[in-house]
Design a protein around this ligand. Structure first.
Ligand SMILES: NC(=O)c1ccc[n+]([C@@H]2O[C@H](COP(=O)([O-])OP(=O)(O)OC[C@H]3O[C@@H](n4cnc5c(N)ncnc54)[C@H](OP(=O)(O)O)[C@@H]3O)[C@@H](O)[C@H]2O)c1
Length: 316
């Protein structure tokens, strides 16, 4: 019997990587094995992955030697960075470079790089409709990821560039869930106007990535985008109202108001939503729903995700 192809998964105890590890393990005859990378092989999350059947190995994306050890002997690598852990685009670019270099040095045959568009192709730094951040970015956590794309290409790593979408889990963990306004009514607040935001369950990112690995070389050298649904703020509020059984409104604010909310990364997110809103066609167009479903037939819609997760959405 042919040996299973090992996929080394960065961020395995987190959202994207965790979804991929579980997708691989739930398909025991799929021809792949999951190697879960973590900084702490003894953490409860790492141990849970080992119990599910993953090989759990230590690696830190800031330490290229540890990445080389962890990628060795693997067929594939899922590469993702963690902007929200440090808010540093420079660090993200270095980490992307570390993973590309380790993939090259260990002969990885298929890397998936979880990246984003360079938003400066739509809004150049000279364009004042939104502020330039840290001197050279419009959306730092998009632009810096994109800046690392060429490292994979230049080194000749066989890579699929994966454009992901807004996690609906942000309504659970990121403080974006329904909140009571001054009128006492629940509302979600987004600066999206009446435009559609591509979103998905973060677990589905891993399932789509698994679909990409299963399709062999088909997407190597290509950029592919995924989403579960494209929805306006009003549509998301209506779905929340239906599933939660209480009225949730869409509180539309301007990107400028959003940028001034003051939480860490608010300016970056305000710019991101503004790009999503003003370049809806290009942004949503790059994240085709039929294509996503072809990679992952169990892809969730917002309403089906909400039905599964409604008890986890904190309500005031
Ligand atoms: N929030 C959204 O809506 C959204 C949407 C699309 C894309 N994104 C992007 O998703 C990325 C984050 O991915 P995620 O949500 O899957 O992350 P996550 O759920 O926060 O998972 C992070 C995991 O990665 C590991 N990790 C953190 N720092 C590490 C390091 N230096 N070396 C190795 N492992 C490290 C941690 O595991 P251990 O502690 O076990 O090492 C942690 O469990 C961000 O860059 C963000 O821009 C976010």
């Amino acid at each position: 019997m042919a040996q299973n192809k090992i996929i080394a998964v960065v961020g395995a105890t987190g959202a994207q990587g965790g979804g991929l590890v579980r997708a691989i393990l739930s398909d025991p005859n799929g021809g792949f094995a999951a190697r879960a990378l973590t900084r702490d092989v003894n953490s409860p999350k790492a141990k849970a992955l080992a119990r599910l059947g993953a090989e759990v190995v230590a690696a830190d994306i800031d330490d290229i030697e540890s990445l080389k050890r962890a990628f060795k002997g693997a067929y594939g690598a899922y590469c993702v960075t963690f902007f929200w852990a440090h808010l540093s685009p420079e660090k993200e670019r270095v980490e992307g470079t570390n993973m590309a270099s380790a993939a090259k040095m260990t002969g990885i045959q298929h890397a998936i790089w979880s990246t984003f568009e360079d938003t400066r192709k739509w809004v150049p730094l000279t364009d004042n409709r939104m502020p330039t951040l840290q001197g050279k970015y419009k959306v730092a956590h998009f632009d810096a990821k994109s800046e690392a794309d060429h490292v994979f290409t230049d080194l000749g790593v066989p890579t699929t560039f994966l454009l992901t979408s807004f996690y609906w889990e942000n309504f659970i963990y990121f403080g974006m869930g329904p909140r009571k306004g001054p009128d006492g009514k629940l509302a979600i607040t987004l600066p999206m106007g009446d435009k559609k935001l591509p979103g998905m369950s973060s677990e589905d990112i891993g399932k789509c990535a698994y679909g990409i690995f299963k399709r062999g070389r088909e997407f190597i050298g290509k950029t592919v985008g995924i989403a579960g649904e494209h929805l306006t703020g009003a549509q998301m509020a209506a779905a929340l109202s239906r599933v939660l059984g209480k009225e949730v409104r869409y509180n539309e604010v301007s990107p400028d108001t959003y940028r001034k909310f003051g939480f860490p990364g608010a300016e970056d997110l305000g710019n991101m939503f503004q790009v999503n809103r003003d370049f809806e066609q290009a942004f949503a167009g790059a994240r085709d729903l039929k294509f996503s479903r072809s990679l992952n037939p169990s892809l969730l819609t917002f309403e089906s995700w909400l039905t599964q997760n409604k008890s986890r959405i904190p309500l005031e």
